[in-house]
Design a protein around this ligand. Structure first.
Ligand code: BES
Ligand code: MN
Ligand code: ZN
Length: 481
């Protein structure tokens, strides 16, 4: 998709609010459609009039003018993109007005993102591709004096969405193809070209680091675990470092605490945390953010075999804390325990954000709309919240009162890896908190938001790429302070 900051395009796109009587052009047709109630200007509504002679137009409804949000634009332009595909349109012209006092950069960003969102389809295994005609040329008639801003915003959005789509592709790939070694290779292949240093440790080196919790989970699989460290030094003048730690279970069968068939069906998506970290690193580095970010992934499979870890096992961890395994399906927190400890003590990160498809309990609590969060630092939580708002990826903070810690105390070990039936998303998050060594930290449970069983607006069925955008804006914003 190419953009030109000039008038042009084969098909004109006309924006219409529900409560405005006149639009920019094609007012005759617009008046007729409105009177007949064929097109009302509802948010996301599209009506196309494609003609082989004379001018062609597509109307896009944006709802009530007062209520316009950037999310309205993302959703609207996604619908427009879908309509353009159906109508086989590959060149459009659009006037981008200033909407009241809304930021012109964010307006253009939302429009571009919406259009790009309509071009994603994980169709590599489909004999017949759904996306046939892709929008190629977009002519933007913009407000005078804003060309530089619009250009930089579009370039940034393009590279941001490349990261989102990368994350989706990694998650959607079946576990038969996407196992730790492959995930590590993808990280190298995609991130090295944008200037990220990628270090991949194998079993021997992981043993040397004494990551006993991580290795216990990996024991049942014939695939070698990989510990992946991705370093981006965007600001050599600064000592500050943000760590992004992603859960990387390339498959979660539950182990001997085996999942049901239904519960296991989409567990190739249990590496969505690691995919979001890889996608975000791509966007951060490709956009050359002046920020030091390290991403860490402990990748393995949770399987059953004669040598798999068992319930009742008491295992160690890199931190020295011992853990009683009450349930082998609570494996994510074990791999993350070592990855977080590494981030806090070896990398000595100043701030840590972890991303994990950690609990079914979080899905029960928040469904697929909000990502659940647990934090030990309100300032970092605030930063994550504002980044999430900007991204349009809702986050809801869960409490972490001391009292919950009782629930995962073990009689024979320091901790146990489950906290009972109640407050499952909270106890899982607070278990992780034991391994961040007091570093400011936010945990994001993306079990409900990273992977959908049916599409929701511009988020497709399967992998969504959530929360790549949030992580990008988090890194970007911290740069400005
Ligand atoms: N990967 C799952 C969590 C999950 C569930 C992600 C549904 C996406 C959708 C995690 O490893 C898990 O199995 N958690 C257990 C923890 C329990 C045994 C304490 C769960 O949520 O049931
Ligand atoms: Mn599990
Ligand atoms: Zn899991």
């Amino acid at each position: 998709m190419k953009y030109y900051l000039e008038k042009g395009g084969e098909v004109k796109v006309v924006l219409a609010f529900k409560d405005t009587a006149r639009v920019e052009s094609f007012n005759d047709l617009f008046g007729f459609l409105k009177e007949k109630e064929i097109f009302k200007g509802d948010s996301g509504e599209v009506y196309s009039h494609i003609s082989h002679e004379g001018a062609s137009v597509v109307f896009l409804g944006l709802g009530e003018e007062e209520k316009l949000q950037y999310e309205t634009l993302r959703r609207g332009f996604f619908s427009l993109g879908i309509e353009l595909q159906k109508k086989k349109v590959n060149s459009i012209g659009l006037t981008v007005p200033r909407f009241g006092d809304r930021c012109y950069g964010k307006t253009n960003k939302a429009i571009w993102e919406g259009l790009l969102q309509s071009q994603y389809d994980f169709d590599k295994f489909k004999s017949e591709k759904k996306l046939k005609v892709l929008l190629q040329d977009v002519y933007l008639d913009i407000v005078e004096g804003e060309a530089e801003k619009v250009e930089s915003v579009i370039e940034e959005t393009q590279l941001l969405m490349d990261g989102v789509f990368l994350a989706r592709d990694l998650v959607n790939e079946p576990a038969m193809n996407m196992y730790p070694e492959v995930l590590a290779k993808e990280a190298v292949d995609r991130l090295a070209p944008v200037g990220i240093d990628v270090k991949v440790l194998g079993r021997k080196e992981i043993q040397d680091l004494k990551m006993e919790a991580f290795l216990s989970v990996a024991r049942g699989s014939s695939k070698e675990p990989k510990f992946i460290v991705m370093t981006y030094k965007g600001n050599p003048d600064s000592q500050e470092k943000l760590a992004l730690v992603g859960k990387g279970l390339t498959y979660d069968s539950g182990g001997y605490s085996l999942k049901s068939a239904a519960g296991m069906a989409t567990m190739h998506s249990d590496m969505a945390g690691s995919a979001s970290v890889i996608g975000a690193m791509y966007s951060i580095a490709a956009n050359k953010l002046r920020k030091n970010v390290v991403a860490i992934v402990a990748a393995c499979e949770n399987m059953v075999s004669g040598d798999a870890y068992k319930t009742g096992d008491i295992i160690g961890s890199m931190s020295g804390k011992t853990i009683e395994v009450e349930n082998t399906d609570a494996e994510g927190r074990l791999t993350l325990a070592d990855a977080l400890w590494y981030a806090a003590t070896v990398e000595k990160a100043d701030k840590i954000v972890d991303l994990a498809t950690l609990t079914g309990a979080c899905v029960v609590a928040l469904g697929s709309i909000n990502t659940g969060a647990i934090a030990n630092d309100e300032e970092l939580m605030d930063a994550v919240n504002s980044a999430a708002k900007l991204a349009g990826e809702p986050v809801w903070q869960l409490p972490n009162n001391e009292e919950y810690k009782e629930l995962f105390k073990s009689h024979f070990a320091d901790l146990k890896n489950t906290g009972g039936r109640g407050a499952g998303a909270i106890t899982a998050g607070m278990f992780l908190q034991e391994f961040v060594n007091d570093t400011p930290w936010v945990h994001m449970d993306i079990a409900g938001t990273a992977f959908l069983d049916k599409e929701a607006g511009y988020l497709p069925k399967g992998a969504t790429g959530v929360p790549v955008k949030t992580l990008f804006y988090l890194a970007k914003d911290m740069d400005q302070r």
